[in-house]
Design a protein around this ligand. Sequence first.
Ligand SMILES: *Cc1c(COP(=O)(O)O)cnc(C)c1O
Length: 424
Amino acid sequence: MKTIKQRDSEVIWHPYTPMKIMPEAIAIIKGEGAYLYDEAGNKYIDAVASWWVNLHGHSHPYIAKKVSEQLLKLEHCMFAGFTHEPAVLLAERLLEILPLGMKRVFYSDNGSTAVEVALKMALQYWSNKGIEKKKIIALENAYHGDTFGAMAVSGRGVFTDAFKDLLFDVDFIPFPSQKNKEKSIACLEELLKKGKSACFIVEPLVQGSAGMQMYDADVLDAYFKLCKKYDTIIIADEVMTGFGRTGKLFACNYIDTAPDIICLSKGITGGALPFGVTVTTQDIFNAFYDNDRTKMLYHGHSYTANPTICAAALASLDLLLTEECTDNRIRITNAHTGFKHAILNHKSVTEVRQTGTILAIELKTDTPVYHSNLRDVAYNFFLQKQIILRPLGNIIYVLPPYCISNEDLAYIYSCILEFLDNMP
Ligand SMILES: *Cc1c(COP(=O)(O)O)cnc(C)c1O
């Protein structure tokens, strides 16, 4: 009999995978807590929370119970002209914990669609008001998703090369590294001054796909204050940073100035089901609130506000807001900090970064990252240690489910240290 892995290689096309070079996928047959189990009987620690989505562990019984109860009550119905309690309750509960000023919740299917909706809201806001503001500002090397609008506001590179002529123009400002902080802020002001920018979109505090690049909250605050000053909509893409990743519930909680639109996805269902949420202010909502039908937001998805998924999000919120989960995030943050200090001066390391439960280690390498096989060597090294760590180029990062044990964290750190010690 063929294994799942073999059957896969005949019919499946995997995401972000050079299918000829990497034909083999590991077939996972079970998940529990921070662990995934494959068909060959191996057990792995999911140290990257399955692409940053998992919060409370795999196949969590509480989320599973709530989802199955909802499935038997109302699995789905269309969301124009109809509504249901899971969607309403989730909106009410999200607005309670999101930064002040957020008043309206729009549902979609994933992080990219949450971003598309945000961009369309921002552009149509000005169009509805009859004000000529069409430019968009973003950060260099940003990642906001893989659909066309999301690609356009993302940093240009190998991900977008094949489509570059079709992506709309975006003004990119430099990443605010310690060295470039002032320049980045000045650059933003320069663009805002022209008065043509509809919105500024940003991953607050941590640029995920760029390699867990981190910057200070005071920079974020300066960005937001400038956007307010020049009347430009702020879109905070919290798809990765939301739901406790950075220590606080949302990265925007680190500053006092609130954005106008927040995009959520990934952790929102605890990693159980795909979901996208775009939340905004009364002011933005009001620009669409009109007797003229042409002013409405022309956007929707077949599965908008799917009640089953809302139930998963509500269950995940229940877990997220427990004292136990808060304590877990503090515990992981402290463990990361301890390990960070232990390897700061290691010969194989150029930089160690941390924001809350996210720890990133930049490996020293002489060859340009795209041409080096360091990433694959590291990936395979950790797989053999039964740890799933998926480096971004020469950056190893640990972004675990909040339920991960101290023992597993210690084991991950010791394997990282072993890898660092043995780097050429
Ligand atoms: C992952 C990610 C997205 C895209 O989300 P998908 O669900 O993969 O479409 C958008 N923005 C940020 C910051 C992300 O990390």
